[in-house]
Design a protein around this ligand. Structure first.
Ligand SMILES: [Zn+2]
Length: 365
């Protein structure tokens, strides 16, 4: 089928709630995109440790799947690793921290920020520059950074940090201050790489972990995150936020932080987890493109028929909710979190999702 709008035209129209030829679509296909390069055998560890490989995967994936957006999500052990945690790096699995740098309360205050141009921080900055430049006339691009509280929990373990929020409060704040300073440098570096947007992973704004007061104190719009969000704008990038928690703080992260785009998940088995129609119906998409919420495991486990049916149902739910709210296009059909970068992910399911939105994503109120 012939598309009437380019990717960039469609995303810009959606940001302004203008009519679109179809809804925007973005399976968060990042690490898995390496499998669209050449013979498809590039290892995850080679993709995530070399800026050219990282960029090449994202560029190749955009073309292969015909994506409206490109986000430079790597994995959540980048910052912890560069700060001195040991990262277990298997050939094909998502790397993870197996020996955190923070072991006891005294370690919070000893953290030393690394050189942002070295390690995987440097891979991200250099690689983002390559893919943002290569795709600047194709799609809307976004860099991706872990927020300060996520960087801290990855460097210490979440259980430890949540206990130390009460037992060693000032030490936790000292560490968050150190991560925030490093992230300010990363945002400035990201600004030099020139993606259109910068996306934060602010995972811990989740009512299953933290209440409003705790989130406000330890990350929040009026604490560490607020200054970082402001800096993203000053550096010429649009603000985007990813939070795949089950019970996200939508009032803080959408209404107070005011991102241009917000990507979220949906957990149908968890009472209170907000569905796409609830999020739209309660006004969260009025001034923000909400992106969600197909189960990432579906790209591994489902048949193409099930992926098609699930995507069709989500398109229908979203279109009905947008029309009821008087909106035209402020939702992006997306996965709830990253499509698993594993070798068992079915690339044809990613294609099927994109093709289904092309076929059934027209909004006619
Ligand atoms: Zn996620």
């Amino acid at each position: 089928m012939t598309e009437k709008m380019t990717h960039i035209e469609r995303v810009l129209a959606s940001l302004g709630d203008q009519p679109v030829d179809r809804l925007t679509v973005y399976p968060i296909a990042c690490g898995v995109s390496r499998r669209t390069i050449g013979d498809g055998t590039m290892l995850y560890k080679d993709w995530c440790s070399d800026p050219k490989n990282y960029a090449q995967g994202l560029i190749s994936g955009q073309k292969y799947f015909d994506l409206d957006l490109t986000v430079g999500l790597m994995d959540l052990s980048v910052i912890a690793g560069d700060f001195g945690s040991h990262v277990r790096m298997d050939e094909q699995n998502t790397p993870f921290v197996d020996d955190p740098v923070i072991k006891g309360p005294e370690d919070y205050e000893k953290l030393q920020a690394p050189d942002i141009n070295k390690g995987r921080s440097g891979v991200i900055l250099e690689g983002t520059k390559i893919f943002a430049d290569a795709l600047k006339n194709e799609t809307i691009t976004s860099g991706f950074l872990e927020g300060p509280l996520l960087a801290l929990t990855q460097s210490a373990s979440a259980e430890k940090v949540f206990m130390d929020m009460y037992n060693n409060r000032s030490a936790v704040h000292k560490a968050l201050g150190t991560f925030t300073e490093y992230l300010r440098d990363m945002v400035k570096g990201m600004g030099q790489s020139k993606p259109a947007a910068c996306m934060w992973d602010y995972l811990w704004a989740s009512y299953s972990c933290l209440g409003d007061n705790e989130y406000d104190e330890f990350e929040g719009q009026y604490k560490y995150a607020g200054g970082l969000n402001e800096l993203v704008g000053k550096e010429g990038m649009a603000l985007a936020i990813h939070n795949c928690a089950d019970l996200p703080h939508l009032d803080t992260q959408i209404k107070a932080m005011k991102p241009a785009a917000y990507t979220m998940a949906y957990y149908p088995l968890i009472p209170g987890s907000p569905s796409a129609s609830e999020v739209i119906g309660k006004g969260y998409a009025d001034n923000c493109v909400v992106c969600g919420n197909i189960d990432p495991q579906g790209y591994v486990r489902w048949s193409q028929e099930k992926m098609q049916k699930t995507t069709m149902n989500l398109c229908q739910e979203v279109k009905t909710a947008l029309c009821a709210r008087g909106l035209k296009s402020k939702y992006c059909i997306a996965s709830g979190c990253e499509v698993p970068p594993s070798v068992t992910t079915r690339l044809e399911n990613i294609k099927t999702m994109v093709d289904t939105v092309k076929q059934y994503g027209q909004v006619t109120c």
